[in-house]
Design a binder for this molecule. Structure first.
Ligand SMILES: *Cc1c(COP(=O)(O)O)cnc(C)c1O
Length: 439
């Protein structure tokens, strides 16, 4: 151990890799209004406008988006059978929903919101710069031969544990770009195969995610024909994710679910590098204000956001620095060091982080499948621990007391963000179920 975390009620559990909840002592109201942040909330609306403008092109490229006129959306599903199975039958748990990004079209994971967005925004900007798209021109022309000829002279590169590579690869190839995905050693074989079938060049690194991204960045910097989707620093990715909060608000509204000081909203967001959960948190703070409380969730051996944010350090602290291994079956969350950019934005905005062990991920994967037919990958199930931590854990109860919401919990809404799974091949999914049944 090269870094000694400060005294905190969660510290001993974190260091011993026991599931726990850390709550953020720097959490405060209206953190999103901090003018020193590298983003402003209007950018969430601008990003939504971009999505809407790009929708006809997305629909042309991906016929599965016909039903939603080019929008990439997921369902909000209330827990029924799964509620009791998870032990959330009591009134003190309010209402519990799944936000099923696990079934997002195009990429089968939350990365459809970030990766697809960044690639399509880049394509549009490139086409404008090269005179191929004029004001008022039909955006669908970017799926035509002239645009393809332009795009085919450019490469989109990305470093990934799997799902971001999948989403960027799918989007890039659909527009005719070349694509290179640098994979970490934990990337699952089926993700590699699927990309290669799409004509994506996959470079497999015998190293962790951070190293794969670093290699990809260095290669991209030396070649102006490569556009690098930077998972550690990209504002575009982050903003693509943020728009999910507007979609959630619309869905809650349609269900007549009130969100206010007496009806708090909790979001549970699986975290790898932090971009996806950070972006959703940022959007949620813009849309719902101080009455939404966002928690990241991480594997006990890979709690990079937890250890860094708990450290209070300006320099990034990694899970290796506190003696953890970064070994987990949850490949989407096998990240040792969080994004510095996301850490800055989350400093006063994130309510807390909780951790889960791999065994629980497989149990929940099986339960979610058996009770409500959900198809999840291990990473995507991590948020199911959320209501228990917030409502029952000593740190969760202290948090609710501190925020004066302890008396309103039976009127609360909990959203478990399930982040991936629908693209998992049947054989692999059955192997997951088999592991879970043997536990
Ligand atoms: C990418 C991913 C995450 C985490 O997103 P980050 O942006 O890396 O924090 C969580 N779950 C799944 C399934 C993912 O693919």
């Amino acid at each position: 151990m090269t870094f000694q975390p400060p005294n905190d009620p969660a510290r001993a559990d974190v260091l011993a890799a026991r599931p726990t909840l850390w709550t953020n002592s720097l959490y405060r109201d209206n953190a999103i209004g901090d003018a020193s942040l590298p983003l402003n909330p209007d950018q969430v609306d601008e990003s939504q406008a971009n999505w809407i403008r790009l929708a006809p092109l997305l629909e042309t490229c991906f016929p599965e988006l016909e039903a939603t006129a080019g929008a990439i959306r997921s369902n909000l599903i209330e827990l029924e059978g799964l509620r009791d199975a998870l032990g959330y039958g009591g009134a003190e748990f309010g209402r519990v929903f799944v936000k099923a990004d696990s079934a997002l079209p195009v990429a089968g994971s939350i990365k459809a919101r970030g990766g697809v967005y960044e690639v399509f925004v880049f394509a549009e900007a490139l086409a404008r710069r090269e005179g191929l798209l004029k004001d008022g021109q039909d955006i669908r022309d970017l799926a035509g031969a002239a645009a393809k000829a332009l795009f085919s002279r450019h490469t989109i590169a990305v470093g990934s544990t799997g799902n971001l590579g999948l989403s960027v690869g799918v989007a890039a190839r659909a527009l005719g770009f070349k694509a290179t995905v640098h994979m970490s050693s934990d990337a699952k074989a089926w993700k590699v195969e699927r990309l290669r079938r799409l004509g994506v060049e996959v470079v497999q690194h015998e190293a962790d995610y951070t190293t794969a991204v670093e290699n990809a960045r260095i290669i991209a910097e030396s070649d102006p024909s490569i556009y690098f989707v930077d998972d550690e620093q990209s504002r575009q990715l982050f903003l693509g994710y943020s728009v999910a909060a507007l979609e959630l608000a619309e869905q809650l509204n349609a269900l007549r679910i009130v969100v206010d000081a007496e009806h708090p909203l909790f979001l549970y967001l699986p975290c790898g590098i932090g971009g996806a959960p950070g972006g959703v948190t940022y959007g949620a703070k813009k849309v719902f204000g101080d009455v939404v409380h966002c928690f990241f969730v991480e594997p006990v051996q890979s709690p990079c956001a937890l250890v860094h944010m708990m450290s209070g350090s300006d320099d990034l602290v990694s899970v290796y620095d506190v003696g953890l291994s970064n070994r987990t079956e949850a490949d989407g969350m096998a990240v040792a060091r969080m994004s510095a950019f996301v850490a800055r934005v989350m400093r006063n905005m994130l309510a807390g982080v909780f951790t889960v062990d791999d065994i629980s991920l497989f149990r929940w994967l099986l339960l979610a499948h058996e009770t409500q037919g959900l198809r999840l990958e291990p990473s995507a199930t991590a948020g199911f621990a959320g209501p228990e931590f917030v409502v029952k854990h000593p740190q969760g109860r202290a948090f609710c007391e501190r925020l004066n919401i302890a008396d309103h919990l039976s009127q609360a809404t909990h959203i478990v963000w399930t982040t991936g799974g629908s693209f998992v091949p049947q054989e692999q999914f059955e192997a997951f179920l088999e592991i879970a049944r043997k536990l």
